[in-house]
Design a protein around this ligand. Sequence first.
Ligand code: HEM
Length: 252
Amino acid sequence: MAYIQMKSIVASEGHPGLVLSLTLRMEAGLPMKRRRASATWSPTSVLAGRDTTSSALTWFFWLVSGQPDVEDRIAREIRAVRASSGSTDAAAFSFDELREMHYLHAAITEAMRLYPPVAMDSHCCQNDDVLPDGTFVGKGWQVTYSAYAMARLEELWGADCEEFRPERWLDEDGVFRPESPFKYPVFHGGPRMCLGKEMAYIQMKSIAACVFERFSFRFVGGEGRPGLVFSVTLRMEGGLPMRVKKRRDSVC
Ligand code: HEM
C-alpha cells in the first residue's frame, strides 16, 4: 500500500530520483529502520514537494489581498524591475529579474512564516541524543516541531509576530535579509533541508510577478481568516474566492 502511494506521488510530482531509491528499498524488502538513509527518512520528505508551493501561494494571495499597500508595493517593484531590465511585460521574467524582486521575496517569505506549508514536521530519533537546550531525546522517540506555532512566538519574532509585515525581512537598503533556518524552519534545517527551496521560490515569484503585473485581487470569501486545514500541507478551508480586477497601470 505504502509502495503504491509513493509511486503515485512520483508520477504526479516528478521526483523520480528521490522516490526511486525509496521504492527500490521497499521492493527489495529491506527493513527501512535499519538502513542509514532510511533511518533519517520521514514521509514528509517525500510529500514536501507536493502541494507545498500551491499552499504557500494560496495564503500569500489571501494575505496580500487584505493589505492593498503591500500589493501596490509589489506591483511598483515589478514595474521598476521591468524598466531597469528593459524587458516588455509580454515576456516571462528572467532569473535575474526575479532575483531583483526583494520585496516580493520578502512578502512570500513572510506569508510562509505565518502559514508554513509544512506546518508541523516530525522525525524519529535514530540514537539517544540531547537537544541544544539540554532536553534528552531517546532512541526511537518522535520529535515534532510546529513552524506554525514558532511564527507566533514573541520571543522569536517580537510583539508584532502575528502581523503580516514583509518589511521585517528587508535591510535598510531594501535588500532581503534571510534568517537562520532554525528560527524559520519552513524549509526545515540541517542536512535534510528542502532540496527544492530555490526552485520553489522561482516558481512562486514568477507566478506572483506575472499575476500582480496585470491584476489586483480582493478576497470575497467573507470576513476574518479562512479556516485552517492541517493536512500534510496547510490548506485553506473553502478555497480562495477572489474578485480579480485588471490593474489600471497594466499596459497589456
Ligand atoms: C514552498 C514550497 C516548499 C516548502 C515549504 C518545502 C518544505 C520542505 C520541508 C519542511 C522539508 C523537510 C521534510 C522533512 O522533515 O524531512 C522538505 C524536504 C524536501 N523537499 Fe521541499 N518544500 C517546498 C518545495 C519543494 C519543491 C518544489 C521540491 C522539488 C522540486 C522540494 C523537494 C524536497 C525534497 C527532495 C526534500 C527532501 C530533502 C531530504 O530529506 O534530504 N520541495 N521540503
